[in-house]
Design a protein around this ligand. Structure first.
Ligand code: AMP
Length: 173
């Protein structure tokens, strides 16, 4: 298995969730044990370079990859969720979408001042979600060790939204 093989397990679904969007479907990757395992190996190898104290997974596919990376590294796992999903007191950051806005929340006690957090998601598109999660961690005085994801839609220049923060991706389109 290599990165090229991994690509074969990502399915393009045109016009989902709306016309003009090519949705990168990672369910075939998850359904193939070798591909999923290789993908986690690769994420772990990149994340560990940035010496995190904990992993933050972004809802919802970031939970799948992030949780496994966290257990592999023996690190705590924290959730960054969409609005109004977390039960306890939260901190929220909103960000602009093409039409309207969205937000991410974390529990108030999810981030410790001075600790390093590796953020994990499946994909970076415009970078809005990743940047908002990074801000959320920094608002709580945590440090962003890196943002790591499986797929980067480079043509959307999401990296620019993350500024100087470290980005690790496996597959670029
Ligand atoms: P963005 O905030 O624009 O970087 O969008 C990133 C989030 O939206 C990630 O959590 C992705 O799961 C999801 N996403 C955005 N565009 C796509 C796409 N073309 N295929 C699959 N997921 C996407």
């Amino acid at each position: 298995m290599n990165i090229e093989d991994l690509k074969q397990h990502i399915r393009d679904v045109p016009d989902f969730p709306k016309p003009g969007i090519i949705f990168k479907d990672i369910t075939p990757l998850l359904a193939n044990a070798d591909a999923f395992n290789f993908c986690i190996d690769q994420l772990v190898e990149r994340v560990v370079r940035h010496d995190p104290d904990a992993i933050v997974g972004i809802e919802s596919r970031g939970f799948i990859f992030g949780a496994v990376v966290a257990t592999r590294l023996g690190l705590p796992f924290q959730l960054a969720r969409k609005a109004n999903k977390l039960p306890y007191r939260t901190v929220k950051v909103s960000y602009e979408l093409e039409y309207g806005s969205d937000s991410v929340e974390m529990h108030v006690d999810a981030v410790e001042a001075g600790k390093r957090y590796a953020i994990v998601d499946d994909l970076i598109a415009t970078g809005g979600t990743a940047a908002a999660t990074a801000e959320l961690i920094e608002l709580q005085k945590g440090k962003v060790a890196c943002f790591a994801c499986v797929i980067e839609l480079a043509f959307l220049a999401g990296r620019e939204r993350l500024g100087e923060r470290v980005i690790e991706t496996l597959i670029d389109y």
